[in-house]
Design a protein around this ligand. Structure first.
Ligand code: PEP
Ligand code: MN
Length: 358
């Protein structure tokens, strides 16, 4: 990871206004880095080391009002310079890390860079038979992660709310059967510990994008987080939500665009395809698309999968149900296993052109 994204701005231009990052010299040694970390802590800030191929940088996160004291670190051995970050989100920004984040969501399952990751499965976990059957078929089609909601954030309190812990247990069974890691949503901060006992990837739904207490708790976990964009969340707000997780120490955040609210009613939401290249300009974090909740119609899902690949997405999360007509939740937008398999075959062809591996 090189640090060429840092802007050469003079401190005085931004005095008192912007967060700081400490850029170490190329030949700085471990002791010098540790001394910088200690000094940042002494000053009341939280250090975040971003390791680079040629040099390391240390983000100093904390109260922005007094942060000019950090400028003094410039005279420490091994420090090249101290620069302000222009964006309000720091750890998510390309100013701190110019190269894309690539990380494992489970052993051997990567996302980011050239690694495109497909997650698939039903909207909600309904039964053992449903989960085992869908897990087998999405695996055979090439998905690397199994999705399934055990806690469902439904618009109506009278709609099926999910099987809760029993649903998590069924996901665990399907994982044992297929080896696929699982992604599942946590709706309530009070359930974080329970869901984390089962999930490989913790999902934050669109209704919780700005649930800051939940984001902070997830920031303290050592598990990747799939953060959905809220239906009325700007890209900057979305990145600030990611920052909540990152600033607590969890670096494995995946952003997911799932459609936003517009005046259009032909689709369930409006898939903001341009959010992919916009995010790619702003952040090093991987960006995924959920074409199922974005469109609300199974017939529209394949084309959005291909479009997202062309736009540079790092992955997809797609709803697949063995029998969409009988689904307890989101049947109309769920692909059959056969349709999903056809989408994957076509997607592989697009991936070749995009220089990605699925
Ligand atoms: C889901 O993925 O199950 C879900 C509820 O999606 P969203 O939060 O994007 O509406
Ligand atoms: Mn759904």
């Amino acid at each position: 990871m090189a640090v060429c994204g840092l802007r050469a701005l003079h401190i005085s231009e931004l005095e008192g206004k912007k967060p700081m990052v400490i850029v170490m010299k190329k030949n700085a040694d471990k002791e010098q880095l540790e001394a910088v970390i200690r000094r940042i802590e002494e000053l009341g800030y939280r250090p975040h080391v971003i390791e680079g191929e040629t040099r390391n940088v240390v983000g100093a996160v904390g109260d922005e009002r007094g942060k000019m004291v950090l400028q003094g670190l410039e005279s420490m051995p091994g420090v090249d310079n101290v620069v302000p970050i222009l964006k309000p989100y720091k750890l998510a920004s390309q100013e701190v890390q110019s190269e894309p984040s690539v990380f494992e969501v489970a052993p051997g399952v990567l996302i980011g860079g050239t690694h495109h990751l497909v997650m698939a499965g039903p909207c909600s976990v309904e039964s053992e038979e449903q989960m085992i059957s869908v897990a087998r078929s999405v695996k055979a089609a090439g998905a690397r992660v199994l999705r399934g909601g055990a806690f469902k954030p439904r618009t109506s309190p009278y709609a099926f709310q999910g099987l809760e812990e029993e649903g998590l247990r069924l996901l665990d069974l399907a994982r044992a059967e297929t080896g696929l890691p699982i992604v599942t949503e946590v709706v309530n901060p009070r359930d974080v510990e329970l869901v984390a006992r089962y999930a490989d990837i913790m999902q934050v739904g669109a209704r919780n994008t700005q649930n800051f207490p939940l984001l902070k708790m997830l920031g303290q976990l050592d598990k990747p987080i799939l953060l959905k964009r809220g239906m009325a969340t700007s890209i900057q707000e979305f990145l600030m939500s990611a920052e909540y997780i990152l600033s607590e120490g969890n670096r494995r955040v995946i952003l997911c665009e799932r459609g936003i609210r517009t005046f259009e009613t032909a689709t369930r939401n409006t898939l903001d395809i341009s959010a992919i290249p916009v995010l790619k300009e702003q952040t090093h974090l991987p960006v995924m698309i959920d074409p199922s909740h974005a469109t609300g119609h199974a017939s529209l899902v394949p084309s959005m999968c291909y479009a997202s690949m062309a736009a540079g997405a790092d992955g997809l999360i797609v709803e697949v149900h063995p029998d969409p007509a009988q689904a307890l939740c989101d049947g109309p937008q769920s692909l059959t296993p056969e349709d999903f398999s056809a989408v994957m075959a076509q997607l592989r062809r697009f991936a070749e052109v995009a220089g990605k591996t699925i």
